[in-house]
Ligand binder design. Structure first.
Ligand code: ACO
Length: 325
């Protein structure tokens, strides 16, 4: 019997501290940084984001998302034999956030590791978990995106600090005799490292370089629109489907203009696109599972539907997954 993997539960978690654009305007004004609700909404579609308080880490957000995903799958932590956490804001240099999360969840014993592909991280992690389940290396996985981007934002740089937020999303992915994940497509091009990066590192007990996010927004924008279309067409082609077969497109939530432009190129109407960037901002690797769970819980996305997930981020990395829920 051919083995596939299938999502059996979703969960997400946002830290309670919500920062509306007007909260951001006030906080930034106090530092002498000028921005406005009009500029942020017009250029990005973002109206609010959530930030963690001191002492809260990616693993804390991830654990809450995992508990909700397990509950919706009707599974317990003890039944999980693989945890993959996609994050660019790990709790520590090492061990992995996945190991820390595994222990907090009480899922000890199975494999656990992090994936670093910035905003494409969840697409990478889901593809790896699917491959491990199909080869029999794992039976039941938690695939998590968890980020505390507020820790790496430069609040004196108005071109980046208004864009990002914190949060986590997770899915339970299980072995199944029917598909589930239909196809995936991953890519990276390391020549674009400089257009989106946090160029600091730890050495000799100090931080060397700059540990805050740097982005050439226009370069990222242009690349993102092109590669998202390519990845979407690749997964459709691999699964012998067309854009007309998609019930919902759930793209990385970075900027409403990138989302609209990708949907237009693929001829997917915006009525079939899940949008949460207005309320969450860009939560990097967490954005796709957060959007998925939000759409499932609101009743929009239903069992049996065909979903196109796609992500793009620093590296440059990009990819897509086509699946039946
Ligand atoms: N408030 C007010 N004005 C601002 C702000 C702000 N927060 N930020 C920039 N501006 C000003 C600039 O200084 C500039 O002023 P000037 O013309 O006087 O120099 C003006 O607005 C226009 O700036 P641009 O950079 O040209 O604005 P643009 O329309 O390109 O929008 C943005 C910038 C939103 C960053 C856009 O380029 C973008 O969304 N890029 C993609 C970003 C992205 O998706 N990143 C994440 C992808 S991967 C990942 O998620 C990690």
């Amino acid at each position: 019997m051919k083995k596939y993997s299938r999502i059996t539960g979703t969960g997400s978690f946002l830290p309670p501290r919500r920062m509306s654009n007007s909260d951001m305007v006030d906080a930034l004004q106090a530092r002498g940084v000028e921005t406005s609700d009009e500029w942020i909404v017009d250029r990005t579609g973002i109206r609010a984001r959530h930030f963690v308080d001191d002492g809260v880490f990616s693993s804390d957000l991830g654990v809450e998302a995992c508990k909700r995903a397990l509950e919706s799958a009707g599974r317990t932590a003890k039944e999980i034999d693989l945890i993959i956490v996609a994050t660019s804001t790990p709790d520590m240099v090492f061990p992995s956030t996945a190991c820390i999360l595994q222990n907090k969840l009480g899922a000890n014993g199975g494999a656990a590791f992090d994936v670093q592909a910035v905003c494409s991280g969840f697409i990478y992690a889901l593809t790896i978990a699917d491959a491990m389940i199909r080869t029999g290396a794992a039976q039941r996985a938690l695939v998590v995106g968890a980020e505390v981007f507020s820790r790496i934002l430069d609040f004196d740089d108005r071109t980046t600090c208004v864009l990002f937020g914190d949060g986590a999303g997770a899915v339970v992915l299980e072995a199944s005799s029917t598909p589930g994940i239909l196809s995936s497509d991953l890519h990276a091009d390391g020549k674009h490292v400089d257009i989106l990066c946090v160029p600091g590192h730890v050495a000799g007990g100090a931080i060397l370089g700059d540990p805050l996010l740097k982005m050439d927004g226009q370069a990222v924008f242009k690349l993102a629109v092109g590669v998202l279309e390519e990845a979407a067409l690749a997964v459709l082609d691999k699964a012998h489907r067309t854009a007309a077969d998609i019930d919902w497109m759930i793209p990385h939530q970075a900027n409403i203009r990138i989302i609209q432009s990708t949907a237009r190129k693929l001829k997917v109407p915006m009525a079939k696109v899940v949008v949460t960037v207005d309320q969450h901002g860009n939560t990097s690797a967490a954005s796709i599972p957060l959007a998925l769970d939000t759409a499932v819980r609101s009743g929009k996305v239903k069992l049996g539907q065909t979903l196109l997930l796609e992500g793009v981020g620093g590296g440059f990395t990009w990819g897509a997954v086509l699946l039946n829920l």
